[in-house]
Design a protein around this ligand. Sequence first.
Ligand code: 8YV
Length: 313
Amino acid sequence: MKPDILILSPMQPSVHEALRDGFIVHTLHDAPDKAALLAKVGPTVRGAIANGGHGVDIAVLDALPKLEMISSFGVGYDGLDIEYCKARGIKVTYTPNVLNDAMAEITLGLMIAMARQLPQADRYTRENKWETNGPFGLTAELTGKTVGIAGLGRVGKEIALRAQAFKMQVVYFGRTKQDFVPYPHYSDLKQMARDVDWLVNVMPGGAATAKMFDAEIFDALGPEGYFVNVGRGATADEAALIEALKAKRIAGAALDVFEKEPGVPAGLRELDNVVLSPHQGSATEKTRWMMGDLVTRNLKAWFDGKPVLTPLT
Ligand code: 8YV
């Protein structure tokens, strides 16, 4: 008998296609009456597909008594209560690695865009201000600057490689010093913020990292420093960031993630010293296809009684 699967968040067509033959698929996110759907299919659902960054409601999981595994889309899993899953013996998988290059590309892209003011220069050119007002003005450069990476994991290491290609010095912050990593280590984020020109956040979300980039860190970064966030919006105190940017207590920020997505505060949107991106880190055709492929391969492996490819629990 085909296993019943419940999809909790919108998934791209490739995920649905890969599941069509082997599973009975239900989708909760677009159900007109979610409670009715849960009451109807909840008792038979054995697998779920979630987005690790979106909040997964425990009440929904409670309504799935036969749930064996959750295949999560994304490398971040701050939206999933892992302890709850462990307590219920629910297997959880996620999609690490396949997004490393896309994440690193957008990070360097944001940094160049910020330093060289590419979005601003683009607007200036489109508005024909070059002809009417004269040259755009001089901008900053990455070459020779120091970048401090907060969270030197798989993505952070790809960022580090690319930053070196841009002739930057790399240092990193993390709770523990990593063996065989050639970059200077900081166990104190504030100290690193003081010493670097670019502070790049790749930290995961969750209670342990909530608002860890606060007014003190921004002041340590200082008026010549730039903050880049490609991790999770909730790791930064957004109100404090807006204040620091407005008062030019930091030079600028390039952000792909926000506290309450898809909402981006007007306070950020109206500033000139920011570059904003709507959580596009992994959003390339190739990477999203690979993430979806890993989601479905993990699910199939589980229900074929084989080892899953990328377990989280
Ligand atoms: C995705 C992400 O943007 O992997 C993650 O943790 O945040 C991103 O890759 C997200 O899963 C899509 O909503």
